[in-house]
Design a protein around this ligand. Structure first.
Ligand code: GLU
Length: 262
């Protein structure tokens, strides 16, 4: 009887330990393994933020962020074309990342302390700064001049956060895309459009009736965003090695010159 009980007890302990061992050894698939098995990387990029991520008339994605995506594809999969670009906006990019629509985001995304609570970032690959776009002849010269007026932002961007907290008595008009925001400025819906200088510059260059004010109000370090989970960690290290290597080789400088953001 005792022998039988003892045998059952040993079996229970064995099963439990077995389960425990299985749990502690439980395997997870790293993001880089998922990408190499698929033989394609899926990257969320902007489609409306020239010259970082934009769609050409033939439907291709181009821009500085897009080129960085191609460099990563080349290093990881041996072919700069083994990449699928998925359009994201400032307001839906985190959702698309966490619903696994994309592997990573290269989408004019600044590192901020708040975002770092829910995302992991690569090293920064570019630095922009918030600036103000106005119609030519506007009396607005500085951020403080916007007090009591209306300003346009793109939802989900860092300028939405800084305007909501930084300027008193300001009416804020939000849009989903940069093109909508720019059209709203042109149509006189507000006195100014506030966002990153490197994105706004394009509008000032192609349109004589608007002006980009020179003062920068923030530092916006752009970086590649990853889901904050252990599956991402080896990929982040690898991506940082690629970014460092390409920076040393002068590739990032050359691309910035090519896209006129240097
Ligand atoms: N860099 C800023 C941000 O991360 C603005 C650019 C954008 O709308 O993505 O929010």
């Amino acid at each position: 009887m005792y022998k039988k009980l003892f045998a059952i007890l040993i079996s229970i302990i064995f099963i439990c330990c077995g389960c425990g061992m299985k749990n502690s050894k439980q395997q997870y698939k790293s993001l880089s393994d998922t990408i190499t098995e698929r033989d394609q990387i899926i990257i969320g990029v902007k489609s409306d933020s020239y010259p970082f991520g934009y769609k050409t008339s033939s439907g291709n994605y181009e821009g500085y962020d897009v080129e960085i995506g191609r460099i990563i594809a080349k290093n990881l999969l041996g072919d700069r074309n083994k990449v699928k670009f998925v359009p994201v906006t400032a307001s839906d990019r985190m959702m698309k990342l966490y619903s696994n629509d994309v592997d990573i985001l290269i989408a004019t995304m600044s590192i901020t302390p708040k975002r770092k609570e829910i995302l992991d970032f690569s090293n920064s690959y570019y630095t922009a700064g918030q600036a103000i776009l106005v119609k030519k002849g506007s009396k607005i010269r500085h951020l403080k001049d916007l007090s009591g007026k209306r300003a346009i932002i793109v939802f989900g961007s860092t300028s939405e956060q800084s305007l909501r907290s930084g300027v008193s008595n300001l009416g804020i008009l939000g849009y989903k895309t940069y093109d909508e925001a720019y059209k709203a400025l042109k149509n006189g819906r507000a006195e100014a459009l506030v966002s990153d200088n490197a994105i706004l510059l394009n509008y000032a260059l192609k349109d004589d009736s608007v002006e980009l004010l020179p003062q920068l109000y923030t530092k916006e370090p752009y970086a590649i965003a990853f889901r904050k989970e252990k599956e991402s960690q080896s990929m982040i290290k690898y991506v940082n090695e690629i970014l460092n290597k390409e920076a040393r080789k002068g590739t990032l400088d050359k691309l910035q010159e090519q896209f006129e953001i240097k």
